[in-house]
Design a protein around this ligand. Sequence first.
Ligand SMILES: NC(=O)c1ccc[n+]([C@@H]2O[C@H](COP(=O)([O-])OP(=O)(O)OC[C@H]3O[C@@H](n4cnc5c(N)ncnc54)[C@H](OP(=O)(O)O)[C@@H]3O)[C@@H](O)[C@H]2O)c1
Length: 523
Amino acid sequence: MVASVNTADSFDDLMACHLDAGRKAVGPCSIVIFGASGDLTARKLIPALYHLFKEKQMPVAFRVIGFARREKTDDSWRAELRTALDQFSRTKPVDDAVWREFAANVMYCMGDITDAPAYQKLEVMLDSPGNLALRKNMLFYLATPPSQFGEVAGQLHHAGLLRRGNGEGWQRLVVEKPFGHNLASASVLNNELTRFAHEQQVFRIDHYLGKETVQNILMFRFSNSIFERLWNRESVDHVQITVSEKMGVGGRGDYYEEAGALRDMVQNHLLQILALVAMEPPVSLEAESIRDEKVKLLKSIRPLKPDAVATQVVRGQYFAGVVNGLTQPGYRQEPKVQPDSNVETFVAVKLFIDNWRWSGVPFFLRTGKCLPLGASEVRIQFRPTPHVLFAAACGNKLDPNALTLRLQPNEGISMRFNGKVPGTSVAVRPVRMHFSYDSEFGAYTPEAYERLLLEAMSGDATLFIRRDEVENAWQIVDAIRKGWEGKPLTNREFYAAGTWGPVAADDLLAPSGHAWRDPQPIK
Ligand SMILES: NC(=O)c1ccc[n+]([C@@H]2O[C@H](COP(=O)([O-])OP(=O)(O)OC[C@H]3O[C@@H](n4cnc5c(N)ncnc54)[C@H](OP(=O)(O)O)[C@@H]3O)[C@@H](O)[C@H]2O)c1
């Protein structure tokens, strides 16, 4: 992220100045995608690169080389990508002329990740007599099963394509989630990667960090004095973070049986959102300053002992129900799922942050599949007024003030407060002040992968997860899993598809007089 000095006078100049300041200068480079024939490449990576090209944000010289085992030629791969782009592009129709210009830089290298000669073939393709920078600056995107990350790094190193540390030019590894399945496996993976690359060359993806609204959490907090002053235990009663999904596991039952909601969502997306919401102001916008603060925050989360897991964590699993008018089978009836599976499709956690700012403030996190609405939201609920002046008119309990950051969909920010109902009587009711991204900025919202690929090419690691972040997050998740060991799901932990999770989840908040505030559809 780049800080801007502004000398602009008018509001329009100011906006233009900010846009220019935020634009990345990216030098010529090659992007090698391992896993070129896979789902992620077709659905996310190529559409993101195409859009960066269309928006003139790609380097003046670049090339994309796809690496996978399936037999393809440059032309047949381009044709497949074009079909996928027609389906997955965020702008339609695809611009033919732009695509043709982009596709001229796209090539395919057939090979097996474990096969050393395949890397020699890759090296020949990378050698470009016309533009040496394309051979020196290389982004290796690992869109393969994580068990192959170490192998790719090692093979690249032995082929002379990946040097540890940057000499002339740069080489970077972008690695996908899941990054390990517990602390031990994540540490092994980190050791494997950092044998062949410096930590600064490893860019671990959490695509949530590429979302505009997630990045806006820091902008919102640290560029508005009115909110920052309220952002502490004095004013905040509690915080709710919800990441809900409408879909079931579909065809990904085998993956989900290994992962579950805790590993799939809490370890990465929810803890990352929590860190951004609760961290201290960084000393600068440098990647390391921001990541230092996130790590400090993760370290301040009170460790969960196994007996605390029973009272502070609720898991759940969906049974058959109706979501959006459609019948949804239960998790245990999904393909590639064990009929007696105990894997959680829902998890809710109550966490405390033991530091000066947040002492005593509970943070409630929840995520689940087959919930009534797919939405991600952070709700900051403020303390009640010290005394209810309008008790005679509206009872002893006023609706609490709340600030809701809607991360997706219908991205925006709402403030809830109480207002007088017009009329001669004294009646109070909650009203809402709302900022919507769409109405303010138009419909242009780049996909998370566009931003992430651009940042990785420009070498800015702010939106990627550092080694100690990933390991601290696993420590929190491992403690929860330990508390679940040997304990099958109980009746209270099942929920019907299409509802907001198991009844047990309400018990997390009820003792303190709170309740979940479910995200609402916004028109
Ligand atoms: N898809 C998503 O939306 C998504 C979301 C988040 C994270 N991810 C992560 O992204 C990564 C890729 O996911 P995906 O869904 O794209 O997987 P996928 O569709 O199964 O694709 C896997 C890719 O890896 C290649 N591959 C596997 N073994 C290989 C070998 N020995 N040598 C060369 N290539 C090999 C496959 O190519 P060949 O079979 O042609 O060799 C294929 O291109 C995974 O780590 C996944 O967890 C994916």
